[in-house]
Write a protein that binds this ligand. Structure first.
Ligand code: GAR
Length: 200
């Protein structure tokens, strides 16, 4: 079987990266790119023998040359899908257009509620009774692209950001690998704002 070639971009812990590596059978992570030389994801790449490239934003004069370097690496590895897995930078519209509907992101809220940073704390502060996570295709906005999958968790009275994040993370590790599996099966059709799943 020809496996889909995936490139993962991460900035930190890398637990979604690890879930993708372990749970997606019809795709292969060809390269991990991190923007942060201290990202814990680097150790996971080593553990699974996956090439890892550090592209440190501080070493580039501007966002354009930083993103150009990332594009060069993704093209070198002939990546067919880019998975943002806790990648804490906003990609330019130029980058997003370059890989139109070939970039996915996982976000720890039920979008369109609570986009941006600290989504779990935003949900707690707002007082919602359920929250969850969203896998979506990336467009030029922040966490605004067409939604592929969502999963819901309860918000409990005694939750704090850590307990809620942990409950949501368990779901992230299920739906992100599943969304990539569906993409690799060519079953995701973007139709305006909607993503239809073929033979669902
Ligand atoms: C995850 O909870 C992910 O949803 C979130 O960062 C965490 C990364 O964890 N992403 C965002 O907030 C993006 N706006 P991980 O490094 O263990 O996968």
């Amino acid at each position: 079987m020809n496996k889909l070639k995936v490139g993962v971009l991460a900035s930190g812990r890398g637990s979604n990266f690890k879930a993708i590596v372990q749970k997606v059978d019809n795709a292969r992570v060809e390269v991990l790119i991190v923007d942060n030389p201290d990202a814990r994801a680097i150790a996971i790449a080593k553990e699974f023998d996956i090439p890892c490239k550090v592209v440190d934003r501080k070493k580039f004069d501007d966002k354009f040359s930083f993103e150009r370097e990332i594009i060069n690496i993704l093209e070198l590895y002939k990546v067919e899908l880019i998975a943002l897995a806790g990648f804490m930078r906003i990609l330019s519209s130029n980058f997003v257009e370059h890989f139109k509907w070939k970039i996915m992101n996982i976000h720890p809220s039920l979008l369109p509620s609570f986009p941006g940073l600290n989504a779990q704390k935003q949900a707690l502060d707002y007082g919602v009774k359920v929250s969850g996570c969203t896998v979506h295709f990336v467009d030029a906005g922040t966490d605004t692209g067409p939604i592929i999958l969502q999963s819901v968790v309860p918000v409990l009275d005694d939750d704090d950001p850590e307990t809620l994040s942990a409950r949501i993370l368990e779901e992230e590790h299920k739906i992100y690998p599943f969304a990539i599996t569906l993409f690799a099966q060519n079953r995701l059709i973007v139709d305006g704002r909607k993503v239809r799943i073929k033979d669902a």
